[in-house]
Design a protein around this ligand. Sequence first.
Ligand SMILES: Cc1ncc(C[n+]2csc(CCOP(=O)(O)OP(=O)(O)O)c2C)c(N)n1
Ligand code: SF4
Ligand SMILES: [Mg+2]
Length: 269
Amino acid sequence: MSDIHLPETAVKPNTEPCVTEDYELVYHKPKEMVNVNMHYCPGCAHSLIHKLLMEVVHELGIQEKTIGVAPVGCAVFAYDYLDVDMQEAAHGRAAAVATGIKRLMPDKYIFTYQGDGDLAAIGIGETIHAINRGENILIVFVNNAVYGMTSGQMAPTTLAGMHTTTSPDGRDTSMYGQPIRVSELISMLPGSYYVTRQTITTANAVRRTKKALLNGFKYLDHHKGTCFVEIIGNCPSNWKMTPLESMKFIEEEMVKTFPLGDIKVPKAE
Ligand SMILES: Cc1ncc(C[n+]2csc(CCOP(=O)(O)OP(=O)(O)O)c2C)c(N)n1
Ligand code: SF4
Ligand SMILES: [Mg+2]
């Protein structure tokens, strides 16, 4: 078999803009993204949200001061992609782990990155208590309404009537209750400081999500409580949709149960 030679660009760290004779690259991934292929399914929101997070870390110049807590879920390998210090947490325990890190290193920016199974099911206790304590951390909550990693079981955020592997006839709310609106729930806690729900279905929505992540980090400097950015994501593989169909589903169905926008914003000082 002949040797395979990778092009040099495939192994180069992603630090310098590429300028050729004819073209100047006007955008490149932030250097805070590790230059490797991700394992996510095509069209999955996780990869885009990772990039937005690291763009914000880049713009704020806080790479050396940022520590992320990775979940169990499809984003379990976030530590392979985000070039900031990372800690893995057991399923659902990210807010508790982040609490410990923040208390030991109060000058660092601590964020958790969690799915709906991780945060709203097994981790709902840790989440509520951390926010009730007003822990000075940013929680990034990617709500795709299913347990993506384990093949699409019903989550606390599964829509009424939505078909999943454990609700094949659609979520029966008389049996399983209504989908939990975590952002509205935790906005009632005095310890939450900034709570917003965004999505990634259009260029404008992506810009708003990025702004929300930027606010989330910036507001940590106020030391007034927990910042919580919910992002309505997709799971084309388990929703059995194309990526485009999944975007339409978010816009036409998900936002009815999970309306977009700011839920709690800091009062002007
Ligand atoms: C203690 C424990 N319970 C259950 C599991 C199995 N498990 C792994 S990921 C997952 C759900 C992940 O769903 P979500 O947090 O929504 O993330 P997604 O994959 O959708 O991004 C579950 C139940 C586990 N790993 N550990
Ligand atoms: S299973 Fe769903 S959430 Fe997981 S990577 Fe694939 S599309 Fe994304
Ligand atoms: Mg999920």
